[in-house]
Design a binder for this molecule. Structure first.
Ligand SMILES: [Zn+2]
Length: 237
């Protein structure tokens, strides 16, 4: 486990394809995203190895319901008994994983086939708590609804610690921030609008940004997201 800032760890035991995070607060720990189904065991082992009791994981917040973020959810919920939290719109995809529509139709069949494999299988989970844009969470986060990559995608902002947990609202690849244009993004114009929202409404409130994909930004995060927003929209004029 790698500390990003005090109180926030990346669970790097699952490798670098996708990131999930552990947040420490007064009542215990909150896990943010759960990797693929195959990653659940590594996450549980990492917690045990770091002497973090499984029952101390009080909540699991999903940025969205894609297989690389929610695949380990069913096993981790069972192991920790944590409360599962997601956006109200994303609930449907946790409960019925095959309803998630991705932009690229030709990927739908391979995705369906992959979901049959145990390593990538998505088991339905009923969330315990639904959240909406602007909601304040007991961990100190404000929920920022950032639809586009998926309809109920959320990012989490902690103003006190000046950190944004971006999920797949944007990614950091090759030293540059990008809107997530992957085949799995269901609505690209909305994804771009969400980056604009992060920049304009919250750009002064965070310094550190962590991503579902790509290394963290430890400084100037707000400025960099503002830069990406103006770059994206100025090219359209
Ligand atoms: Zn992802």
């Amino acid at each position: 486990m790698k500390q990003v800032i005090p109180g926030l760890w990346e669970i790097d035991e699952i490798g670098q394809d996708v990131h999930c995070y552990l947040w420490e607060w007064e009542q215990g720990y909150t896990l943010i995203d759960t990797g693929f189904a195959k990653d659940a065991r590594s996450i549980i082992d990492a917690l045990i190895r770091n002497k973090m009791a499984l029952h101390a994981v009080r909540r699991i917040i999903l940025t969205h319901a894609d297989p690389d973020h929610s695949g380990g959810l069913a096993q981790l919920k069972r192991a920790t008994q944590a409360e599962v939290v997601c956006h109200a719109v994303e609930k449907e995809y946790l409960e019925y994983p095959l309803r998630r529509q991705i932009s690229s139709w030709y990927m739908r069949l391979p995705l369906l086939a992959a979901s049959m494999l145990p390593d990538y299988h998505l088991r339905a989970v009923v969330p315990d708590l639904l959240v909406v844009d602007g909601q304040e969470l007991p961990e100190g986060f404000v929920v920022v609804h950032t639809p586009g990559h998926s309809p109920g995608h959320i990012s989490l902002l902690h103003r006190g610690k000046r950190v944004l947990i971006a999920g797949d609202a944007l990614s950091n690849r090759n030293g540059k921030l990008h809107v997530n244009k992957s085949k799995f993004t269901s609505d690209l114009p909305n994804a771009q609008r969400s980056i604009w929202k992060l920049a304009k409404r919250y750009g002064d409130d965070f310094e550190t940004v962590v991503f579902g994909h790509g290394p963290p930004l430890l400084s100037n995060g707000g400025k960099r997201v503002k830069g990406l927003a103006s770059e994206m929209f100025s090219s359209e004029v």
